[in-house]
Design a protein around this ligand. Structure first.
Ligand code: PEP
Ligand code: MN
Length: 301
């Protein structure tokens, strides 16, 4: 890909690691979890405590919601950010929250550990430049009609302002399929890894919009080498003010995290076996555990 001066992968270059409150995205596997929207202090803090107990490393929650309808719940704004701050103080989890307006970037950045730029704003170039100037880590979601090249060029806008702390997040694209909310394009995981040094996370909540698909798509994303996941969790999904059909209950999230842990353990074991076999020269002689080398991303934290 041409013109990716800063986001493109150069031969031999290490992959980027984005450090957020002691967590190293790109090096360790990171699950960001929490409600679609911050609604009340009780809802947010209880969800934060539950997702932390299940193994999430960061808390998500929207205080500014980009909604299809202007009459739908738009988020609590500053009040929501203060609730997120409370949840952070209670749990120690870093906060991931969306910013939708250039005028808000600097003050939202005072509450956020990672500023999220959502799918609908991926190509909002003034917002990207402002996010770049903020110097904050940015989670840049893929636009629902965007190609990989367009997406990486948007990341380039942020890096061009001197901010290299960008994490990409695949969240599904619009296709002719209507069964799912979006078509989760997991092929972007190896594609991003081939073309860029930036970490790539996956959001199966918006990617599918359907609860029962979140776990299988999460496991598939891990097998394909994703650096992390962003998952919507709500203490009482039927009462949620946004995205009620795709938010997991804390106990469903905890059960999924157990499966994620098991898969990652399995992958780590296979990678260890492959490394051992390589050391012994067995793979070269065709005796090693076939297929395990280079198939899975390194699953060790
Ligand atoms: C979100 O994560 O809150 C969100 C609105 O997602 P997206 O921008 O991917 O639709
Ligand atoms: Mn949502």
């Amino acid at each position: 890909m041409n013109n990716l001066k800063l986001t493109g992968r150069k031969p031999g270059e290490n992959r980027s690691v984005i450090e957020v409150g002691g967590i190293r995205v790109g090096e360790e596997f990171v699950v960001i979890a929490g409600p679609c929207s911050v609604e009340t202090e009780d809802q947010t803090v209880r969800t934060a405590i539950a997702v932390k107990a299940a193994g999430a490393k960061m808390l998500r929650g929207g205080a500014f919601k980009p909604r299809t309808s202007p009459y739908a719940f738009q988020g609590l704004g500053l009040k929501g950010l203060k609730i997120l701050d409370k949840a952070k103080r209670e749990t120690g989890l870093p906060i991931v929250t969306e910013v939708v307006d250039t005028r808000d970037v600097s003050w939202v950045g005072e509450y956020a550990d990672i500023l999220q730029i959502g799918a609908r704003n991926m190509q909002n170039f003034s917002l990207l430049r402002e996010a770049g100037k903020s110097g904050k880590p940015i989670l840049l979601k893929r636009g629902m009609y965007s190609t990989l090249e367009e997406w990486l060029n948007c990341a380039e806008y942020i890096l061009a302002e001197g901010n290299d702390q960008v994490i990409l997040c695949e969240r599904g694209i619009r296709t002719f399929e209507t069964y799912t909310r979006n078509t989760l394009d997991l092929s972007m995981i190896p594609a991003v890894k081939a073309e860029s040094h930036l970490p790539i996370m996956v959001d199966p909540s918006h990617g599918t919009g359907i609860k029962f698909m979140i776990e299988p798509m999460s496991l598939a994303a891990i097998a394909a080498g994703a650096d992390g996941l962003e998952i919507e969790v709500h203490i009482d999904p039927p009462s949620a003010l946004s995205d009620k059909d795709q938010q997991l209950r804390p106990e469903e999230f905890a059960a999924m995290m157990k499966r994620i842990f098991e898969l990652r353990e399995f992958i780590a074991e296979k990678n260890d076996e492959a490394a051992e076999a390589t050391k012994r020269g067995e793979l070269d002689k065709g005796k090693g555990p076939s297929g395990s080398r280079d198939v899975f991303a390194d699953a060790t934290d």
